[in-house]
Design a protein around this ligand. Structure first.
Ligand code: TPP
Length: 581
């Protein structure tokens, strides 16, 4: 039997019933009743007071990306709600399960430009999977249940619930028993058997097959099935930026990342392959380059839980709507016995050997470190990654959160990603600068036993570094920040250098002394200006029982290669600095 509750109490109880343990937010007028009620539930619902609602949203995203569970963020009406718009859009692009809770003005003044009134459901309509304006206390118990169901099922995404102040203040007896009723929302999990058979036929007839693994593999928990599938058919695996972690890069079938800053051998293999099997990736334009020239020889099998992704960017021969794990299991079930795969394996050897040749020719990761040019530099950014990479592998138990820019691409390229799913977390679809520091806060709360490294540029760092105060207030110790400080909005400067005659318009960037800023926040702050100081600083970060920031003052004008210029085919890569001249 339920007892009478205020709307705000119902909100707290609904969250607890759905397994929510932590929320990130900032209070204010319209959301005050919720904060008032939260006090009673503080032993079961942890509230993390952020310094900006954007930080709260990214922290919730970080939590969600690290755990696969819904991340919850809270803002008051008006500016509190609009500050959540960026993380909501980010979560939409990266299919992150996010619940945004916003307060709204009283229902009697709705539409009257009341103090701090903003039509947040209108604003977020195109960037949420679904949103609600709740004016009646009796709707709350059901709406929270439905909202979290929608955020976390099918293709996950952000859902916003905007609640009028009076709906939080009024009381009712909540009905927890109401069954979900969503006749128009039935995500397809199980793949169509006929299409699975067609896919198998195509894959068995292929001479040069290739797998592209995306975020869907990670979200559906299909890492083991992917490995089994790739090994059984001996198909090489490319992992997209968000597919990093779905397949270990130390595996002999792993090729690495494709696309704009992907490896040359990956892009070459895509252009040559005859069957391209995309599992849980969405053929982002950073992967395809000019889509009309992408994989010209390939028949494409595309598996995605969201039917609207299939055929959107790339023509598809066999479409499969379904969950990545269930689809891989169904494909494995349809494969002939191992003995019958011998002939296939002999073809696979030729193809793999050919890809190895491509890889050798382009020397994988080594080529782009470009040692010859860097000898005179005090601190090439690559030296930071090389040492961080080795330390991560040696110490284990890590998560890496990256921001957006050159440092993000170097991290994707130069770290050997072998630590499994959800260890690489970045803003891929929206490319949101300012993501890393607050997202690392959420990841650190979700994964208290891991060391969480935020790798961030000096530009993105200056957008949201105030969340360092939140990290101190919450007594979080397992966060380390590496600022790759080049004194520029580096990625934009690179484009200006390569394509706009070095017109560095709006990209030279100053900042405070980051190590001293860190100390002002109560962190340990270190500054590194020379390659031979890198390892000692990383070791000191590990030896310190608390958050540490390292300001790596790297050589200022280093570029990320390889690179596919905008709107060009992935066959037209700029491979080295010399090609760019
Ligand atoms: C919020 C936001 N504003 C602008 C951009 C455009 N942008 C993409 S990369 C970049 C430069 C990032 O500079 P920095 O953070 O210093 O990193 P770096 O590229 O130097 O590693 C900019 C401005 C963006 N992605 N996000």
């Amino acid at each position: 039997m339920s007892e009478t509750r205020t709307g705000a109490q119902i909100m707290c109880e609904a969250l607890i019933r759905e397994g929510v343990e932590v929320m990130f937010g900032i209070p204010g007028g319209a959301i005050m009743p919720f904060y008032y009620a939260m006090w009673e539930y503080r032993d079961r619902l942890r509230h993390v007071l952020c310094r900006h609602e954007q930080g709260a949203g990214h922290a919730a995203e970080g939590y969600a990306r690290a755990t696969g569970r819904v991340g919850v963020c809270i803002g008051t009406s008006g500016p509190g709600a609009t500050n959540l718009v960026t993380p909501i859009a980010d979560a939409m692009m990266d299919s992150t399960p996010l619940l945004a809770i916003t307060g709204q003005v009283g229902s009697h003044v709705l539409g009257k430009d009341a103090f701090q009134e903003t039509d947040i459901t209108g604003i977020t309509m195109p960037i949420t999977k679904h949103n609600y304006l709740v004016k009646d206390v009796n709707d709350l118990a059901y709406v929270f249940k439905e909202a979290i169901h929608i955020a976390t099922t099918g293709r996950p995404g952000p859902v916003l619930i905007d609640i009028t102040k009076d709906a939080m203040q009024k009381s009712t007896v909540p009905n927890w028993e109401q069954k979900l009723h969503l006749p128009g929302y039935k995500p397809t999990y199980a793949p169509n058997r006929k299409q699975v058979r067609e896919a198998v036929k195509l894959l068995l007839s292929a001479r040069k097959p290739l797998i592209i693994a995306g975020n869907g593999v990670i979200m559906s928990g299909a890492v083991e099935e992917l490995r089994q599938f790739a090994e059984t058919l001996r198909i090489p695996v490319i992992t997209t930026l968000h597919g990093i972690g779905s397949f270990p890069e130390s595996h002999p079938l792993s090729l690495g990342m494709p696309g704009m800053h992907g490896w040359v051998h990956c892009n070459r293999a895509i252009q040559e392959c005859d069957v391209l099997f995309n599992i849980g990736g969405r053929f982002d334009d950073r992967v395809t380059g000019k889509a009309s020239t992408f994989a010209p020889n390939a028949k494409v099998i595309h598996v995605d839980i969201d039917p609207s992704e299939i055929g959107k960017n790339v023509r598809v021969t066999v479409p499969i709507v379904g969950d990545a794990r269930l689809t891989l299991q169904a494909l494995l079930d349809e494969l002939p016995p191992r003995e019958e795969l011998a002939e296939l394996h002999s073809h696979a050897s030729d193809w793999l050997e050919h890809i190895r040749d491509l890889q050798d020719k382009h020397q994988g990761k080594q080529q782009y470190v470009n040692r010859a040019n860097t000898a005179q530099w005090a601190l090439p950014p690559h030296d930071v990654y090389e040492k961080l990479n080795r330390t991560l592998a040696a110490r284990g138990n890590y998560r890496v959160v990256t921001d957006v820019g050159q440092h993000q691409m170097w991290a994707a390229q130069l770290i050997d990603w072998n630590a499994g799913p959800r260890t690489h977390i970045t803003s891929g679809g929206a490319g949101t600068m300012g993501f890393a520091v607050p997202a690392a806060l959420g990841v650190a709360i979700a994964c208290p036993n891991d060391t969480v490294w935020a790798i961030v540029g000096d530009g993105g760092f200056q957008m949201t570094n105030q969340e360092m105060a939140t990290i101190v207030q919450e007594k979080i110790k397992n966060v380390k920040i590496a600022v790759i400080n080049n004194g520029y909005l580096g990625m934009v400067r690179q484009w200006q250098e390569l394509f706009e005659n070095k017109r560095y318009s709006g990209t030279p960037l100053s900042g405070p002394d980051f190590a001293r800023l860190a100390e002002a926040y109560g962190w340990k702050g270190l500054t590194v200006e020379h390659s031979d100081q890198v390892q000692a600083a990383i070791d000191e970060a590990y030896a310190t029982d608390g958050p540490v920031l390292i300001d790596f003052r790297v050589e200022r004008e280093v570029n990320v290669f390889p690179m596919v210029p905008q709107n060009k085919s992935i066959a037209e890569m700029i491979i080295t600095e010399a090609d760019a001249r």
